[in-house]
Design a protein around this ligand. Sequence first.
Ligand code: FAD
Ligand code: SIN
Length: 528
Amino acid sequence: MSQQSQHDILIIGSGAAGLTAALALAEERTVLVLAKGRLDSGSTASAQGGIAAVFDAGDTFENHIRDTMVAGAGLNRLETVEFVVERAPHAIDRLSALGVPFNTEGHDLHLTREGGHSHRRIVHVNDATGLAVQQALLKAAADHPNITLLAGRSCIDLITGRHEERYSGSGRVWGVYALNEATGRVETHVARATVLASGGAGRCYLFSTAPRGATGDGIAMAWRAGARVSNMEMMQFHPTCLYNLEVKNFLITEAVRGEGGRLINPTTGKRFMPYYDERLELAPRDVVARAIDAEIKRYGLDYVHLDISHMPEDFVREHFPNIHEKLLGLGIDMTKEPIPVVPAQHYTCGGVVIDLRGRTDLPGLYAAGECTESGLHGANRLASNSLLECFVFGEAAATDILARWDEFEQPPPIRPWDESRVTDSDEEVVIKQNWTEIRRFMWNYVGIVRTTKRLERAQHRIKLLQDEVGDYYGHFRVTTDLIELRNLLQSAELIVRSALKRHESRGLHYTLDYPQTDPEARDTVLVP
Ligand code: FAD
Ligand code: SIN
């Protein structure tokens, strides 16, 4: 690939959202998909539990909509929730047609259960749903003659009117500048429409189930280009990440609790969820994560126990084959003993503001998946609603682009990336030091339980680091680590700024200074 490319549509991200959009668009147009690192390095491949969809005989769309709104503490946009929930069965059918081998029971799909769901509703492939989905989507995309997949491209910044050869100053998006990780050169990828599908910003936190590359790149790029972002304070912490000093981000799926797993305080030996919520271990995630956090702090624990050893051994092995095997390798037999778990950052509910067609504020820029704030999740995502959001909005964005194709002009000539004033970095240690510092203070000051004082401390640290990182970025040639650090810092800044703006506790944002929930639910919208 030369240092310049032009396709009809450019997609940033090869997870569930990006590849869903790519497959729909490729029916009529040429599509380039770029990914940082490997094509399967996003969150999609590590999703465990599954995909929420109404298939159970006693279940209804209304139930799924209500459960989503209850988990989201009323901050969700009803029309988005309806839009997504009603399209879920169709999304599952399309995935089945692509060859995703969902578990079945007789002629029906097997449905598991997760926290916050009033019915069995989770369509799954054992306990490794995401991997099966990622593989099926990648195979279909690789086989499609209209799709070009390019791994090892770290996108740096969106190309807008400011980068036209004849500077226009408009916010129209024409593609992206991307670092080729193999050659170290910056490429210019131009398109008539661009879809951002770059995943979340989980790696802002010291402990996170998200993969290494979840550094909020797309959110930061869209923000720098002029798009609004919303509800960034709503960072979801999964209650049950494995506590292990070597394996730091292995998730123990919520389905373990859905199938009977209990949370036990290792000091008292007692099940503690009855003290916190009548829905017990199947309360929404924010409630369970706060309960675990409270037990850990009150008893000075390193972890709590998740115990499913009272269920028959065959049942546990059959339902959780991958987790069972992984834990055995670490010396834990979950059929006989409890699993040590802690909460860890898991999902970015906020992001780039989009409408029901996946359109952002910027002409030519669409977005889908975890990098967005579509109105689906509100103040707390209901389990297994996020893969679903990727499929629904990946398709919605593609449908709108194809319907409006004639309105998308040919890109004008674009200036190549300018490296004339930078040199190779002389001190890589600066990047590592700053990256670790951000993740540590975000964990300590902007975590499960917040206070204004802690948030202000984090904001102060961010301001200092912005000068340092800005200076570094201005002087040295970009590397993936530097691109990620810049975006991580930008994402952290947006999270803290949003958290400081919300003067109430709602869903995932819990602050000791404003413990009340206001009568009216309002989005935190940041305007660049
Ligand atoms: P991702 O799948 O994260 O893909 C992001 C893509 O963007 C990647 O290809 C990445 O390389 C690319 N990218 C990022 N930055 C750049 C850049 N600068 N340049 C180029 N490319 C870039 N949700 C559910 O609904 N059900 C579950 O069971 C479930 N389990 C989960 C388990 C785990 C451990 C985790 C971490 C998440 C889980 N989730 C689950 C959440 C869900 O997996 C994600 O929200 C979803 O997969 C996000 O998909 P996406 O397409 O938006 O982004
Ligand atoms: C899990 O399997 O517990 C994760 C489900 C989700 O994040 O939606």
